[in-house]
Unconditional design. Structure first.
Length: 176
């Protein structure tokens, strides 16, 4: 069943339809939250809170709009709010819970050691650079979905990603 149909049924009060949306997107919701708060429990809380807010706001969801970016924007907002409340601004290492497919970070199949090396370099970038790279490559979000998660324009994602990848290339070249 398509997201559109599940949303339509959810709007009519069919909880099973919304439960299917939750099952479909709980993993990417958690990973999105984790990228922002860098804590497993807080990422779970942000994702759960976002699903609840999405359920309560379904009547305001525009028919025909893509559900996933809308949901992930709610997750990102919840995670950002949670981070502000807890006053946490720590830089943590990304782990396998976030990187769905480490090979996708390099665009080809690489061994675990090479992926860890690359992730370590990404983790040394500034937060905006890390966020755009992880959204596009680790979470495999589209540019539009990344824009929704980061709360910026589609064109901004392209320019941020271009600059972030250039800074990453500089770091990698310095380590070669």
């Amino acid at each position: 069943m398509s997201d559109d149909e599940l949303v339509r049924r959810s709007k009519r009060g069919e909880r099973q339809a919304f439960e299917e949306l939750v099952r479909r997107y709980q993993s990417v919701a958690f990973r999105t939250g984790w990228i922002i708060v860098r804590d497993e429990a807080e990422a779970e809380d942000a994702a759960q809170s976002a699903f609840l807010k999405a359920w309560l706001a379904l009547d305001r969801f525009r028919d025909g709009a893509p559900f996933r970016p809308w949901l992930l924007q709610i997750v990102a907002n919840e995670a950002k709010n949670q981070r502000k409340v807890t006053h946490r601004t720590r830089v943590a290492e990304v782990d396998d819970a976030v990187v769905a497919d480490p090979a996708s970070l390099e665009g080809a199949v690489v061994d675990r050691e090479r992926a860890s090396w690359l992730v370590a370099h990404i983790n040394h970038l500034a937060e905006p650079d890390r966020m755009v790279i992880y959204c596009r490559y680790a979470l495999e979000l589209s540019e539009a979905e990344t824009a929704a998660v980061l709360g910026c324009a589609h064109g901004t994602v392209k320019s941020r990603l271009h600059r972030a990848l250039a800074r990453l290339r500089e770091r990698l070249a310095g380590d070669a």
